[in-house]
Design a binder for this molecule. Structure first.
Ligand code: DAH
Length: 339
């Protein structure tokens, strides 16, 4: 009997050490130590032994049992560690592996034009000014020499929040706000969103963008205005760009003008972009009306100034060859990522 127990012990120790995974090990434990296990069977069969042999065999079986328990525990620990090592190896993260490509967006064409214009004017010593889009009618109209009966104030043209508050229909009210806050010399541009009660078509949108410019100082003349716009258009649209001024009317400037630039696509010969004209109408401008200076607390006997304003969409469309303004507001990524 003792030999049998010794054989069981030797076999089980051999099997435990050659066991390669936890499932096998637990099956093995059942085989030797389980209810029907080989050692248990010996204990059960003790009745057949001589009475004096029973305690000896019983003790031996229990001793072997304890030893095997320890072997099982040892092997279990080893196998668990191995399993963990394998897992760590197989789930290793390679931090040098190139990442998945993230689609990076691009600046909207309108933003690109605004940034570019800002750069040019900052380079000429201008500051960037800002004003509210929900604006008091007094700034959008009255202070700009646009009296209550002026057609520009019609509900057909302008979105009214109340009788006194509008969505600004132009960036020009920023002129009045800046003049009230700052003393000359003033040199600002103001890019921003404006609103008009227009129906949507390929060249109109009720929401669009303008850039306003204002210079007020002593001895500012029409020459300064012309030189500034010439410099700007050459930098923005190309060195060969020519500019021409036509008389016009705006309530807040006197004299007023509209400036056209030679078509920067065909150079003036006439093409699709300039509709065969050779010129593209670009900017409204003029010398700040003395009433406007006075309305904003600046003495027109001492100071003079010029102002200009132009639409950003028009420049973006001409520059990027976009033939429908709606594309600029639909924000279809397939369209936007071309610029
Ligand atoms: N605010 C004018 C418009 O929306 C554009 C404009 C014309 C602005 C002449 C000016 C200016 O500052 O002097 O049509």
């Amino acid at each position: 009997m003792k030999e049998k127990i010794a054989t069981i012990k030797a076999n089980s120790i051999k099997e435990i050490s050659s066991c390669e995974n936890l499932k096998e090990l637990s099956d093995l434990k059942v085989k030797y130590l389980g209810k029907k296990g080989e050692l248990t069977v010996i204990l059960r069969g003790m009745g057949a032994l001589q009475p004096e042999e029973r305690p000896i065999i019983g003790e031996l079986v229990n001793q072997v049992r304890d030893e095997l328990e320890i072997e099982f525990q040892k092997r279990e620990k080893e196998l668990k560690r191995k399993e963990l090592e394998n897992k760590l190896k197989s789930e290793n993260i390679d931090v040098t592996e190139p990442s998945k490509k993230i689609e990076i967006g691009s600046l909207h064409p309108i933003t690109q034009i605004i940034n570019e214009v800002e750069e040019i004017f900052l380079g000429m010593g201008y500051k960037i000014a800002d004003g509210p889009e929900v604006e008091k009618a007094i700034y959008n109209f009255d202070k700009l020499n646009t009296p209550p009966d002026h057609p520009a104030r019609d509900v057909q043209d302008t979105f009214y929040i109340t009788d006194d508050i509008v969505l600004r229909s132009q960036t020009s009210p920023v002129q009045a706000r800046v003049m009230e806050e700052q003393k000359p010399p003033i040199k600002i541009i103001c890019p921003g969103t404006v609103y008009r009660s227009d129906s949507v078509d390929s060249t109109h949108s009720p929401v669009f963008h303008q850039i306003e410019g204002l210079v007020v100082d002593k001895n500012i003349s029409m020459t300064d205005l012309k030189g500034t716009l010439e410099m700007f258009t050459k930098k923005s649209l190309g060195e060969n760009t020519r500019i021409r001024f036509r008389p016009h009317h705006f309530p807040f400037t006197e004299p007023s003008a509209e400036a056209d630039v030679s078509c920067f696509v065909c150079g003036g010969k006439g093409c699709k972009v300039c509709k065969g004209e050779g010129w593209i109408e670009l900017v409204g401008c003029g010398m700040v009306h003395p009433n406007v200076l006075r309305n904003c607390g600046i003495d027109p006997e001492v100071y003079s100034g010029f102002a200009f304003g132009f639409g950003v969409e028009r420049i973006a469309m001409a520059k990027f060859g976009i033939d429908d303004m709606r594309l600029l507001f639909e924000n279809d990524v397939r369209f936007l990522k071309q610029f």
